[in-house]
Design a protein around this ligand. Structure first.
Ligand code: ADP
Ligand code: MG
Length: 513
């Protein structure tokens, strides 16, 4: 599979990266990410031990995970399937032969003394992710590779005053390490990339994407270069046009990714402009202080002495199996977005709705129940999501079903209720539940389009406000005030178009304006 051509252009739009204004000129930010995504599976990559989160320490450890002598790893087919599925979702090359290597290092949370990983021959090669940005634009981020590896255990330093404990429940759990090309150009792009990647794996069902449980964490590589350096890199593929990078380890929230990039890029510009040089190093993001700190330099980096794991044969996949998996992929965010845009939604509205699968499903349920697409999207984006946010709820925990919201939207579209009443009705259904159509009938919320009743209300307002009637002649914009008064009198039930039309006639206003 090919990587995108040079530049950051999708559909003719050129998306500018972020620039930092330094004392010596403008600087560009370049970002590449290595994301660890825990494979959604009941058992570990090479053992049958459970992967359940939050279990009693060391209750989910097999002899293989504990590195007992003589134990042999056996690959978990489910995990391989999930890696292939993810690769396909990233539009990536699937390598029918891949190799597991031992990555050797000593650490107390790693009883075997090595991690089984993939190095030179990963299961998934180059791919691509399209990332939607706030302005409605998109950028493409190249994927370098995806490989399978084991997670390590976890050190517990806070259980005893002078001893450290180790919990091996996580040891041996399957991770997918997804490595991007250095194609991100701003903190917004980096954050949006991670969100998109998370959405893709969630749609695919290959990782739960829960960053607070550590199921997804990112190492963020950041460098800066003078304006134009990135474009030269994309044209030539030569990294010499980019600055030296620092790697910020294990960032575990989308917000922190953006903050870490911002801080780190500015720090690098300051160092360089102050006459210093950036050394390649690993840094940590301290979310409380909002800054990155050096952890170890490249010189202290490990030599992992990778070699093929002698206990494992090369992993060979059948092409027909890969095709079967490809045929079973669900519709992914990009496909859904294109379909929603074809229904009349703006690119922005569509990308908001597809960002989470539950949201897209809910929206589609509203359509299936009869709502028109654009009206349903507007209602969700402008009204219902705001209410959910305010109440700290999600679509799943919120009180109004897709069918009920659909009914509200449809009643507005067919002029059964006004937009104003729709909001009141939403309040009622939110608090009391019930069928919106039935509530409208029972409470007499139907919009008044009976022109006779509206005319009476208009006349009453005009009679009560002779001064305003004078004023409106010079200031036709004041007509809106009259509309408001009439709407108020009718308890929000008058059809606003009818009110407008009648007011114009009664006040002798020009038809336009
Ligand atoms: P390593 O093997 O040392 O981890 P890689 O070449 O695999 O290094 O790169 C690791 C990550 O760093 C990748 O996501 C890559 O895109 C990113 N990266 C490489 N060079 C730069 C750079 N100059 N600026 C920003 N990110 C970079
Ligand atoms: Mg790396």
């Amino acid at each position: 599979m090919s990587t995108p051509a040079k530049g950051q252009t999708v559909k003719g739009q050129t998306v500018k990266g972020q620039t930092i204004k330094g004392q010596t000129g403008d600087w560009e930010i370049v970002i590449g990410m290595e994301v660890h995504a825990q494979v959604l599976s009941h058992s570990k990559l090479f053992s049958g031990a459970s992967t359940e989160f939050g279990a009693e320490p060391n209750s989910q450890v097999s002899f293989v995970d504990a590195g007992m002598p003589g134990m042999l790893p056996v690959i978990n087919r489910k995990c391989v399937e999930r890696a292939v599925r993810t690769g396909l979702g990233l539009k990536a090359q699937i390598n029918l032969t891949s190799v597991f290597d031992r990555k050797n290092y000593f650490y107390p949370d790693l009883p075997t003394g090595y991690q089984i990983s993939q190095y030179k021959s990963p299961i998934v090669g180059e791919g691509e992710v399209t990332v939607d940005l706030l302005g409605g634009e998109s950028v493409r981020v190249g994927i370098e590779r995806l490989h399978l590896e084991q997670d390590a255990g976890k050190m517990l330093h806070d259980q005893h005053p002078d001893q450290s404990y180790v919990d091996l429940n996580r040891a041996g759990v399957a991770l997918m390490e997804i490595v991007t090309k250095p194609h991100m150009r701003s903190s917004e792009q980096a954050a949006a990339f991670l969100k998109k990647l998370r959405a893709i794996v969630r749609y695919l069902g290959t990782c739960d994407g829960n960053m607070d449980e550590g199921s997804m964490r990112a190492d963020v590589n950041v460098s800066v270069c003078k304006t134009g350096g990135y474009e030269k890199f994309r044209e030539s593929g030569d990294f010499k046009h980019l600055g030296t990078r620092c790697e910020i380890k294990n960032v575990n929230s989308v917000r922190f990714i953006a903050q870490a990039v911002e801080y780190e890029a500015r720090r690098q510009v300051e160092v360089i402009e102050g006459g210093g040089t950036i050394r390649q190093e690993t840094r940590l993001f301290d979310s409380k202080a909002g800054e990155t700190r050096s952890m170890r330099s490249k010189e202290e980096a490990h030599d992992y002495r990778y070699f093929p794991d002698p206990d494992l044969l090369p992993l060979v996949l059948e092409d027909s199996w890969v095709k079967e998996i490809a045929a079973s992929l669900p519709e992914l965010p990009d496909g859904k977005k294109a379909r929603f845009v074809a229904l009349g939604l703006s690119a922005y509205d569509a990308s908001v709705l597809v960002a989470e699968r539950e949201t897209a499903d809910y929206f589609e349920e509203m359509l299936a129940a009869g709502a028109e697409a654009k009206a349903a999207a507007n209602w969700l984006n402008n009204e219902y999501f705001g209410r959910l946010n305010k109440a700290g709820l999600s679509l799943a925990t919120g009180p109004i079903s897709a069918a009920a919201n659909s009914a509200i939207v449809q009643m507005v579209a067919s002029h059964v209720i006004s937009g104003k009443i729709a909001k009141d009705l939403c309040d009622i259904v939110w608090k009391e539940g019930g069928d919106p159509r039935e509530i409208v009938e029972r409470r007499g919320l139907r919009q008044v389009t009976d022109t006779g009743a509206i005319e009476t209300a208009v006349d009453a307002v005009i009679a009560a406000n002779p001064d305003k009637v004078e004023e409106v002649k010079a200031k036709p914009k004041l007509a809106a005030w009259f509309v408001g008064q009439v709407m108020k009198q009718s308890g929000g039930k008058a059809n606003p178009q009818a009110v407008n039309a009648i007011l114009k006639v009664r006040l002798n206003l020009p038809d336009e304006g």
